[in-house]
Write a protein that binds this ligand. Structure first.
Ligand SMILES: Cc1ncc(COP(=O)(O)O)c(C=O)c1O
Length: 389
């Protein structure tokens, strides 16, 4: 075969193992097998009807042209109101950029910060795309191992210990994927202080904020204006496939973010932006709140069940829809365990390797993005699988 040119960065971006797993699960389903899906990182619920209606109406009335690169003004205003209501924080709508999913906001934000020779700090385990965004921008990553002692989050102390002269930013997520743990308000404040001291920037992923149980999460914007906030209509609002998210960027970056957005995406999908206008309606809120409670019930069911199976969860998840569990009592090779569990028992979960290298072989992630009945079926099958292996 002729050798065609390909960049070095192509070899740096690792595949998402869970996607391979999902493909195999679909293959098995096509062969007639019944698979319990506990690997999927998206809500099983359909998009709330008021949002669907608003999207359909936009298409029917011909609202299908490009919007401004940073998004519909009306949507930015609603998002700004959301910050005022939820966190008592004033955000200038001009600081908001609507993007294709929060992935778009992550890329644009990191494009303002990362370049060759520079690095970002992030937690291991953590959301895998973050490090790949940095590699994509020819920057480097310092993945810091975290454990239950810091609730699987970075801390001000860890940031101070790992920051070097080439570090430009730290990426945080609260609640985290894969652990579902939060960063509390005292820690957020200490982190802001330490990052300020280094003249750096926090990139704060708040995509799971709607899905927090028994407490109100704090936005980083309550403590600083010098942070990029990443959020999305994907998870809490049930709009994964519509591809619409947002970023809130510090005032100094408004123009550069606009320039990047104009060139890289032109704009987020227009019907999806019109649909998202209904995401903050009172009737939508009622539906979303019921779903949040359903997720909480699922967590409360699944957590003790997997512990009884021998998995250890050393920091209890307070949000999102994930449980990150230590499986060392059962296996020290989570990748093989996950593959065999799928093939032999028809249950799909995600191996730790998708979230970094820190004790990845002794961890798995359960997503409770399926009904209580299916979760119970999954638990039953895992129990049988462990008993027979
Ligand atoms: C922590 C985190 N951030 C960002 C994303 C990206 O989501 P989207 O681009 O759909 O908003 C995900 C998706 O799984 C995630 O888990």
């Amino acid at each position: 075969m002729t050798e065609l040119p390909i960049t070095q960065r192509a070899s740096q971006i690792q595949p998402f193992h869970v996607m391979r797993l999902l493909a195999r699960a679909r293959e098995l389903e096509a062969m007639g097998r019944d698979i319990v899906h506990m690997e999927v990182g998206e809500p099983d619920f359909k998009t709330p009807q008021p949002i669907i209606n608003a999207g359909l109406a936009a298409v029917k009335t011909g609202n299908i042209h490009y919007t401004a690169a940073t998004g519909l003004t009306a949507l930015k205003q609603k998002i700004a109101e959301h910050y005022q209501h939820t966190y008592r924080v004033s955000v200038n709508p001009e600081q908001i950029v609507i993007t294709p999913g929060s992935s778009g906001a992550l890329l644009l934000s990191l494009a303002c910060l990362v370049e060759p020779g520079k690095n970002v700090l992030l937690a291991d385990p953590g959301y895998p795309c973050n490090r790949n965004f940095s590699y994509f921008l020819d920057g480097d990553v310092k993945a810091i191992p975290v454990d239950a002692s810091t609730h699987y989050q970075l801390s001000a102390e860890l940031i101070a210990a790992h920051w070097d002269e080439n570090t430009v930013a730290v990426i945080l997520a609260s609640p985290s994927n894969p652990t579902g743990t939060l960063i509390n308000s005292a820690q957020l404040q200490s982190m802001v202080a330490v990052v300020d001291k280094f003249n750096g920037v926090i990139v704060m992923d708040e995509i799971y904020h709607g899905l927090v149980y028994q407490q109100q999460p704090r936005s980083i914007l309550e403590y600083t204006d010098n942070a990029f906030v990443i959020n999305s209509f994907s998870k809490y609002y049930g709009m994964t496939g519509w591809r619409v998210g947002w970023g809130v960027v510090p005032e100094n970056y408004i123009t550069v973010i606009d320039n990047f957005a104009q060139n890289i995406f032109l704009a987020a999908p227009t019907p999806a932006q019109y649909a998202a206008l209904a995401a903050f309606d009172a009737e939508t809120k009622i539906i979303l709140e019921q779903r949040r409670q359903a997720f909480e019930q699922r967590r409360d069911y699944l957590l003790p069940e997997i512990k009884m199976l021998g998995f250890n969860v050393s920091a209890e998840p307070q949000g999102a829809f994930y449980i990150y569990a230590d499986c060392k009592k059962i296996t020290m090779n989570s990748e093989t365990f996950v593959e065999q569990l799928l093939e032999q028992a028809g249950v799909a979960i995600t191996p730790g390797v998708d979230f970094g290298t820190n004790k990845a072989n002794q961890h798995v992630r359960f997503a409770y993005t399926t009904t209580l009945e299916r979760l119970a079926e999954g638990v039953k099958r895992i129990k049988g699988f462990i008993a027979n292996s």
